[in-house]
Design a protein around this ligand. Structure first.
Ligand code: UDX
Length: 456
């Protein structure tokens, strides 16, 4: 064991990382990879050809492509590249990827000219990797890309289903409090979209929870002071160690962006007064229909604040980009782009609020920059993040009634002018910054992760 901690060829042991191939999962995994590289480890990334990141941005890593190398294999060559259908790869590879992963890992483990492999780190949703790693006696850690709170709720889905919380037709009122999670309303659980009707996503979530608990450790994109009670629960319930690391504070995710980032608006943004611009983005997957898109547009124009709006191509169902908007609709106060360097935008002093779909990366990037949020979640972890930000951390306003222009305008104006919410976001950021100093919780978490991996 001692020999393994020594640096081989100037670098410590090798770590193999295996992200889930979607933007919200690739970003934190490659931020983690950069962090571990900066601590002296050699990095190998396993990835699908689907959604592969720009490898030239990572000349210091070795990339190996697995699972979908055969373009003639119709099991995946015909799968959708965008939208919800693109997620079918998660089910397919979890079911059928074990042999390929084992073969690749055996090759990696047998390489004599590389530093020894100390562990595999996979996205928690690659649950099939646990049994593969076990067979090879290779420790597997997981990266869970959502909050600790989300994991705890997901782990309770079978219980919540038994109690009737997932069934829209039951006699619970949507506004009722969930007894087991008092900060949640019944409608928050329903909005996750889980139905417990034996569909594939629920099986993946159950297995994700089970195999994360069986792993050698869990790495989270969070920090202790944000989720202290949840951390206590996790430490009580899961024997493997947990490491809470605020990735956006270490590296930006620009280099792993799958879409080209527009930067042409920066001269305009630079001219705006501090805290005056609303940044609007709904992540890499969510879609709306045209009617809701127009409500969003009206809400933004009517609120009379300046805004920078990311409309991803394909965001509006049935449209290529922003065709439903009449020419000149957004006026002088607004800018629309297809994709932006989000962390850099959030860090800009002109940004006063972030209207978000409450994906965890977006939520946490906002927390990292002290920007208060307007939350419009779609599904999955997003309604849980939205409720947590609005009712627990109190750094956001939850637009609970969907897309309605007057409510949108009111919420935006409130977040832009409300000094209390801005102050809470600022204090939370200060706590996070303090946690990064020597002796702080996030600093110690990185140190203990490095020591732990070195000891494997
Ligand atoms: C998905 C789920 O929606 C989310 O709920 C889950 O937590 C992770 O997987 P996504 O919808 O893409 O992710 O949202 P999010 O987690 O917020 O990740 C989006 C990432 O894309 C962020 O890192 C953000 O910085 C980046 N981004 C977004 C850009 O770089 N530019 C943009 O214009 C918009």
């Amino acid at each position: 064991m001692k020999n393994q901690t020594e640096i081989t060829g100037g670098r410590r042991q090798r770590i193999i990382l295996f992200p889930l191939p979607y933007q919200g999962h690739i970003n934190p995994m490659l931020q983690l990879a950069n962090l571990l590289y900066s601590k002296g480890f050699t990095i190998t990334i396993l990835h699908t050809n689907f959604n592969k990141p720009k490898t030239s941005n990572y000349p210091h890593f070795t990339f190996r492509f697995i699972l979908d190398n055969d373009p003639h294999d119709e099991r995946y060559s015909n799968l959708p590249l965008q939208g919800m259908g693109a997620f079918s790869r998660i089910f397919l590879f979890n079911q059928e990827g074990a042999d390929q992963l084992r073969h690749q890992l055996e090759l990696e483990l047998s390489q004599k000219d590389e530093p020894p492999v100390s562990c595999l780190i996979t996205d928690a949703l690659w649950h099939f990797a646990q049994s593969v790693a076990d067979r090879l006696s290779l420790p597997r850690l997981v990266l869970r890309t959502s909050s600790l709170f989300c994991f705890i709720v997901y782990a309770s889905i079978p219980l919540l289903a038994d109690l009737g919380y997932l069934d829209c037709s039951n006699n619970k009122h949507p506004e009722e409090q969930v007894v087991e999670f008092p900060m949640l309303k019944v409608k928050d659980i329903i909005k996750t979209g889980f139905k417990r009707d034996g569909n594939a996503i629920e099986e993946v979530i159950d297995n994700m929870v089970k195999q994360a608990k069986a792993s050698s450790g869990i790495i989270w994109n969070s920090f202790k002071e944000l989720e202290e009670p949840e951390l206590e629960t996790i430490l009580r319930d899961i024997p493997a160690p947990s490491f809470l690391i605020p990735f956006p504070k270490h590296f930006t995710s620009s280099s792993s962006s799958l879409l080209e980032q527009d930067r042409t608006f920066f001269p305009w943004l630079d001219q705006q007064p501090p805290n005056s611009v609303v940044y609007v983005s709904f992540g890499s997957v969510a879609q709306v229909d045209e009617e809701h898109f127009m409500e969003i547009a009206h809400g933004l124009v009517d609120c009379k604040e300046s805004f920078l709006w990311v409309v991803r191509p394909g965001f509006v169902n049935g449209s290529t980009w922003i065709e439903p908007l009449p020419d000149g609709f957004v006026g002088e106060r607004g800018r629309i782009v297809k994709w932006a360097p989000q962390q850099e935008v959030l860090a800009h002093e002109a940004i006063g609020a972030f209207w978000t779909h409450s994906g965890w990366n977006s939520t946490f990037e906002s927390v990292c920059e002290g920007v208060p949020m307007i939350c419009s979640p779609f599904w999955g972890d997003q309604p849980l993040d939205a409720r947590y930000m609005s009712d627990v951390a109190k750094v956001g306003v939850y637009l609970e009634n969907g897309w309605e222009r007057e409510e949108i305008s009111k919420a935006i104006r409130r977040v832009i002018v409300d000094e209390d919410i801005r102050e809470r976001a600022r204090v939370l950021k200060q706590k996070l910054d303090a946690s990064l100093s020597k002796g702080g919780s996030s600093y110690e978490s990185v140190e203990s992760l490095v020591a732990y991996i070195s000891s494997l």
